[in-house]
Design a protein around this ligand. Structure first.
Ligand SMILES: NC(=O)c1ccc[n+]([C@@H]2O[C@H](COP(=O)([O-])OP(=O)(O)OC[C@H]3O[C@@H](n4cnc5c(N)ncnc54)[C@H](O)[C@@H]3O)[C@@H](O)[C@H]2O)c1
Ligand SMILES: [Zn+2]
Ligand SMILES: [Zn+2]
Length: 410
């Protein structure tokens, strides 16, 4: 039987590549027939992994991590009807049964069957069930007929794999951020955060017809990247105490129609507070810059409990943001994990017809499994790249966008 290797969280700021068991066709200690085993062809490091990497979750040391998985079916259970050995598939990070009430409503992010702790399962994630992480060579996908998005053509999929690899999470997440922020033709948008999710939100805003997208961050390298690849307007939030003044310089009015918080509970402050954590900063800035009646999408993660939070409010999951002002402005606020399945097929088609070239937009960098520990370190430091692990050596470094790439030494 084949072995398996995976990126394993061992302690705050430490992941290691370790040998783990080859996946078994079983869940909750019982044999299952609705699953497949995937050979993983591409698997990405995500900003959500950083919450665990920084020790800001309850993840147990020794857990294999990773939830952004694209792979090839190499084994299938006897009840799997729509997939064949050799199919290339995208794996939504939400693990959903397709049978419970929430799955039937396509709220697959809140599946009632795949996590005993609370609604919603995911691969290799704190408090999201017992599922093996996907920064590995092989993984089990349960309820495979329901979960997996099969690419229509194998050769085409292999050609575009680096772009398609973003369908498991961040492209649908950015798109969900834009949809739930009410972005439409002619919208003006402020996006807090120029990480991969912020960039996916920005390209999604353009797909939906936004007229102007302004991205804020204190990371100048990431802002420069958003400006050069997507033509976004940018604001370095470290340099300004009043963000609305900067918006007015771009729009000739200080307020936007839509805002997207692509950061979450580990946000830094702005202006003189940019060098320290201020968990409410993205929410407060969004409330500040939105017009009366505006809409805020919050794909950035917030936690019910953050024992390492810097303030009492943060520790008990109550970022002290200006809810009164939000109410007074009549803002609509949308929160939560993305239900990937609602969007991934449409976004796949836009990739296949080359409406979006995500590997260029995200400055995708292909690395080996063994390079993961160094990539985590660099990503945590805010490098303007999206790292894609290549456990079986099938991915090629993108030629477009490779200019900004830095080598990772091992
Ligand atoms: N809702 C979902 O289903 C879902 C899915 C994927 C990721 N996420 C979350 O989205 C968030 C972003 O993910 P990512 O991969 O882009 O992470 P990331 O950490 O790479 O990017 C976050 C960016 O925000 C910037 N930032 C911090 N404070 C700021 C502030 N006050 N104003 C402006 N910018 C600020 C940082 O400099 C960084 O560039 C994370 O919280 C992640 O967990 C949610
Ligand atoms: Zn992710
Ligand atoms: Zn379900």
């Amino acid at each position: 039987m084949a072995g398996n290797r995976a990126v394993v969280y061992t302690a705050p700021y430490t992941v290691q590549v370790q040998d783990i068991d080859y996946p078994k066709m079983e869940a909750k200690g019982k044999a299952i027939s609705h699953g497949v085993i995937l050979q993983i062809l591409a698997t990405n490091i995500c900003g959500s992994d950083l919450h665990m990497y920084r020790g800001r979750t309850d993840l147990q040391p020794g857990t294999p991590v990773g939830h952004e998985i694209t792979g090839m079916v190499i084994e299938k259970g006897s009840d799997v009807e729509t997939l064949e050995i050799g199919d290339i598939v995208s794996v939504p990070f939400n693990i959903s049964c397709g049978r419970c009430r929430n799955c039937k409503e396509l709220d697959t992010q809140f599946c009632l069957s795949t996590n005993d702790l609370k609604p919603g399962g995911a691969y290799g994630y704190a408090e999201m069930g017992p599922w093996q992480g996907g920064q590995a060579e092989y993984v089990l996908v349960p309820y495979a007929d329901f979960n997996l998005l099969k690419f229509p053509d194998r050769e085409q999929a292999m050609e575009r794999l680096l772009d398609l690899a973003m369908l498991s999470d961040i492209f649908p997440t950015g798109f969900h951020g834009a949809v739930t922020a009410g972005v439409e033709v002619g919208s003006t948008v402020y996006i807090a955060g120029a990480g991969p999710v912020g960039l996916c939100a920005a390209v999604s805003c353009y797909l939906l017809g936004a007229a102007c997208v302004i991205v804020g961050d204190y990371n100048q390298e990431r802002l420069d990247h958003a400006a050069s690849t997507l033509g976004c307007e940018t604001i370095n939030i470290a340099e300004h105490e009043v963000i609305t003044d900067q918006i007015a310089q771009v729009l000739k009015t200080p307020l936007v129609d839509c805002a997207i918080d692509a950061i979450g509970y580990e946000a830094h402050g702005h202006g003189h507070k940019a060098n320290r954590e201020v968990p409410s900063d993205a929410l407060d800035t969004s409330v500040d810059v939105l017009r009366y009646g505006g809409t805020l999408g919050v794909p950035g993660v917030y936690m019910p409990i953050d024992s390492k939070g810097k303030t009492l409010h943060a520790k008990i999951g109550r970022p002290a943001f200006e809810f009164g002002r939000a109410w007074d402005k009549g803002l609509t606020i949308s929160t939560g994990q993305v239900p990937v399945m609602r969007y991934n097929r449409k976004l796949m088609t836009s990739i296949l017809f080359e409406r979006v070239k995500l590997s260029r937009i995200l400055n995708t960098t292909v690395i080996s499994l063994d390079e993961a520990p160094e990539a985590y370190r660099q990503f945590e430091q805010g490098i303007a790249q999206k790292f894609v692990l290549n456990p079986h050596g099938v991915l090629k470094q993108p030629t477009v966008g490779a200019d900004a790439r830095v080598a990772i030494g091992v």
